[in-house]
Design a protein around this ligand. Structure first.
Ligand SMILES: NC(=O)C1=CN([C@@H]2O[C@H](COP(=O)(O)OP(=O)(O)OC[C@H]3O[C@@H](n4cnc5c(N)ncnc54)[C@H](O)[C@@H]3O)[C@@H](O)[C@H]2O)C=CC1
Ligand SMILES: N[C@@H](CC=O)C(=O)O
Length: 342
């Protein structure tokens, strides 16, 4: 049986949930793909663990100091890296160094943090192209809500004319809690933090940056654009007051923080801001920490997906969906070269 060695960098809520789910699914990988998927290394900012024979769930509680940093990936012999560190789109975050190292070495990468992809997307894509590595990012691009899958697979061949998305769970949760429970902004934010889906720096959620990051990933990795944060008009929800919420409610309107991409005269325009919807619009029904995406295309009309799951499991599952796609692609490779010898 073939072996596939996986390493995880960034071992907080999502990294740990991904490790646990991967270990639970090992039998499935053996049965469906005939592959022995081993978790061979994990690391946080100051400590890690590695074992080429595969780590077991019971070992993950205690990491060893010092075993961290991009070099640990090569040392572990992993051929797939799952990156789940903090998101920092201004610097690329710690993920950038891990991804550069892994992609340059030809290791397939599953990215859950957004920072490096937004900061250095074209460079990372080029590293992947040059080394033949696969670069997957479902976890970064709204995770449990299918977004890139729709653009890359479900609407393949269509021209996507517009994308509108409730892409950030925290802001949707806040707006909803203020509107339906009369909670104050700070109290609602504390609930989102307790739920494990707010960013470490919650301004990234409330000021609209997380939505803008996800929108850029959809534009650049889903629609082949090359936009930067400078190209996005970004408005958050931090200035929303109880009075404004009341006034919208009296008009029968539901506020959502949405990211929008629109083709205008052949150019893709990107913006993030509050939009209000009448109750008859499906976006008005996307409650709590749910997310949604509406795509308009030339030939398939309008497609809407709504989704969420319990975090951090849902994001772990989105990342491991990418792993399944990598297993499928790896399985298809020998068949391809047999049918079409070079
Ligand atoms: N929590 C959620 O619902 C979702 C989170 N994400 C993204 O997943 C990522 C992780 O999120 P959480 O696990 O919730 O955050 P977290 O803060 O619990 O975990 C991040 C981990 O990265 C570690 N880290 C920091 N610097 C590092 C370095 N140089 N090397 C290795 N590890 C380092 C930290 O010690 C921490 O344990 C973030 O980028 C977030 O934006 C994406 C989708 C949903
Ligand atoms: N903070 C984000 C979670 C990860 O992307 C959100 O609220 O959606």
């Amino acid at each position: 049986m073939q072996t596939l060695k996986v390493a995880i960098a960034g071992f907080g809520g999502v990294g740990r949930a991904t490790a646990e789910l991967l270990l639970q699914r090992r039998d499935r990988y053996r049965q469906v793909y005939g592959v022995d998927v081993r978790l061979v290394a994990v690391c946080g900012s100051r400590a890690g663990l590695a074992d080429a024979n595969g780590l077991q769930a019971g070992q993950l509680a205690a990491l060893q100091p010092g075993l961290t940093g991009p070099a640990f990936i090569a040392a572990s012999g992993a051929s797939v890296l799952i990156e789940a560190g903090p998101s920092d789109f201004r610097s690329g975050g710690p993920g950038l160094a891990y991804l550069r190292e892994a992609l340059a070495a030809g290791q397939d990468c599953i990215v859950i943090s957004k920072g490096a992809l937004v900061h250095s997307g074209p460079q990372l894509r080029e590293l992947a192209r040059a080394s033949g590595a696969m670069l997957k990012l479902s976890g970064a691009a709204a995770a449990a809500l299918p977004t890139l899958d729709l653009l890359q697979h479900s609407l393949a061949g269509c021209q996507v004319l517009a994308v509108e998305g409730i892409l950030n769970a925290t802001t949707n949760y806040l707006l909803d809690a203020m509107r339906t429970q009369g909670l104050g902004f700070d109290a609602a934010l504390r609930e989102a933090q307790a739920g494990g889906f707010a960013e470490a720096d919650t301004r990234n959620d409330t000021e609209g940056w997380d939505t803008a990051c996800k929108l850029l990933l959809l534009a650049n990795f889903g629609l082949g654009a090359d936009l930067t944060m400078e190209d996005v008009d970004v408005e958050g929800i931090h200035a929303v007051t109880a009075q404004r919420i009341d006034s919208w409610a009296k008009q029968g309107l539901v506020p959502r923080l949405v990211g929008r991409l629109e083709r205008v005269n052949g150019t893709l325009r990107a913006s993030v801001g509050i939009k209000t919807y009448p109750l008859s619009d499906p976006f008005a029904q996307v409650n709590g920490k749910n997310k949604a995406i509406r795509l308009s295309s030339d030939a398939m009309g309008e497609t809407i997906a709504i989704g969420c799951g319990v975090e951090p499991l849902a994001t772990a599952a989105a990342a491991l969906k990418d792993l399944e796609h990598i297993l499928q692609a790896r399985a298809a490779r020998p068949a391809l070269s047999k049918d079409h010898p070079a």
